[in-house]
Design a protein around this ligand. Structure first.
Ligand code: TPP
Ligand code: SF4
Length: 350
């Protein structure tokens, strides 16, 4: 019974506002390879939900297929979950979200799941501005099927078998900004100080929040010559800003030097505080954000942090003017208001 997690917890573990300790936000024991970046991201998700005092039954976890898509089993075991078909997580997320807007939708995908078979779904969920957090655990390969190069492998990157990738990479963060995603961030699985506040901010964002997390595959893509290995990423990472997420009702304290801090107010009253490091970058300006990512790429650097935020957009529910209540709470007369109302609607189209 190796896969049974010990029930012992230190009695003094800190509790959140709901009275839960962080282990209430964990899942079953991971069966991923020891050292896989995906496990660190799962731990960051659990920690973010614990710190935000989210009730786990208010979260719906959705995924496709891959080692990354298995991870929802390893966090938030008290939440709803749906492990869908390869690359089809966005459709399931769209249907569930339209039926019940009261849940927090957390999609987890891999670079294979998103940038190849799921690309069509990915681009459309962005342009619809579905209110969800979409995390790609990006290791540049298909881990579950033994390490073939994915579409996010960098041109010239060498895989474990020694072959060099000849094809241009798909840069998911640039693509998301280009397509109108309203929150775009990039991080590294090994940087929990940055990743946890980014996940918290993404969950507070009322629209599509995309977080591309470089997450090394220790078994198939951690070799010399790979641009998604722990060594390479640690040497080439460049943060846009030191990042804090300040939840609603919490006092804003900052240690940053005056003049370099930018406070961005979120819709729910929480704040994002940025201590800017990258020059010529404005997180509220799409062109500036794309330029910053591309300039970093030209220098073989990986830009991390919050890259772009549009705090003034309408999510899919607002655009479609859907019911303010979950569909399963509507009664028969609300769902079928009768022939007179139907006549009125039809008259409106004449
Ligand atoms: C329709 C379909 N095609 C192909 C596969 C085989 N397959 C399973 S996982 C996977 C790719 C996984 O790569 P990625 O999404 O990057 O996740 P990782 O395992 O690297 O975390 C593929 C091609 C499948 N399961 N279903
Ligand atoms: S094969 Fe790679 S991606 Fe899959 S669990 Fe192992 S290290 Fe992680």
């Amino acid at each position: 019974m190796t896969y049974v997690r010990s029930k012992f917890r230190h009695p003094m573990l800190p509790k959140n506002d709901l009275g839960y300790t962080v282990d209430y936000y964990e899942g079953s024991l991971s069966t991923l390879c020891a050292g896989c970046g995906h496990d660190s991201i799962s731990a960051a998700i659990a920690q973010a939900c614990f710190e935000l005092s989210i009730e786990p039954h208010k979260v719906a976890k959705l995924s496709g297929i891959g080692c990354s898509s298995k991870t929802p089993a390893y966090f938030l075991s008290n939440s709803h979950g749906f492990n869908s078909v390869h690359g089809r997580m966005p459709s399931v997320a769209t249907g569930a979200n339209l039926a019940n807007r009261d849940l927090i939708y957390l999609g987890v995908s891999g670079d294979g799941d998103t940038a190849s078979i799921g690309m069509g779904q990915f681009v459309h969920v962005i342009r619809r501005n579905l209110n969800m957090v979409y995390i790609v655990m990006n290791n540049g390969c298909y881990g579950l099927t033994k390490g073939q190069d994915s579409a996010t492998a960098d041109v010239g990157s060498k895989n474990k078998a020694g072959s060099i990738n000849l094809f241009e990479t798909i840069d998911l963060a640039s693509l998301a900004i280009e397509l109108g995603a309203t929150f775009v961030a990039q991080s590294f699985s090994g940087d929990k100080d940055q990743l946890i506040p980014l996940i918290k901010a993404g969950m507070s964002h009322p629209g599509f929040a995309f977080i591309n997390v470089i997450s090394p595959c220790v078994t198939f893509n951690n070799n010399a010559g790979s641009t998604k290995s722990y060594d390479y990423v640690r040497k080439h990472i460049e943060a846009t800003a030191a990042f804090d997420f300040v939840p609603i009702m919490k006092e804003i304290k900052t240690n940053y030097e005056e003049g370099s801090v930018e406070s961005l107010k979120m819709h729910d009253g929480s704040f994002i505080q940025l201590h800017k490091l990258a020059k010529d970058w404005n997180p509220l300006d799409r062109v500036s954000a794309i330029n910053a990512v591309q300039n970093a790429k030209a220098k073989s650097e990986i830009l991390t942090g919050l890259l772009y935020l549009n705090n003034d957009s309408q999510d899919l529910h607002e655009l479609l003017q859907t019911s303010g209540r979950p569909l399963n709470t509507l009664n028969k007369s609300e769902l079928c208001p009768g022939s007179e109302v139907l006549e009125e609607i039809n008259a409106g189209f004449r």
